[in-house]
Design a protein around this ligand. Sequence first.
Ligand SMILES: O=C(CO)COP(=O)(O)O
Length: 130
Amino acid sequence: MKLALIAHDHKKDDMVALAAEFLDYLKTCQLMGTGTTGGRLNGELGLDVECLLSGPLGGDLQIGARLAVGEVDAVIFLRDPMTPQPHEPDINALVRACDVHDVPCATNLAGARVMLRAWSAASPNPAAIV
Ligand SMILES: O=C(CO)COP(=O)(O)O
């Protein structure tokens, strides 16, 4: 599973908590993220997230470009609906790219949990494989 992880500043603590909850499963995924989000996940949880540019500097667009050529299977994008973002067009472009290419995209914690629960239940637990 090639999974993109993105969180706006007020949602980064939620992203770290979510990733901690699904850590075993996320370790089996190929992860990429916008710069600051990915950096926190790597630093705080020891994940191996490929860090692209920070969102305001083009990271959302980089993920959208990868997604458009089939290099992203799903997106978890914890958006902050209460704070205007300087790169709103980039955010909309990424979410639009998910819709154009029919790539699952969770934009809040509840949706992200539904996705991660389903996928982690369907995937073999590497710790159980001997
Ligand atoms: O702004 C973002 C997504 O639009 C997130 O970018 P960072 O993870 O670099 O903060």
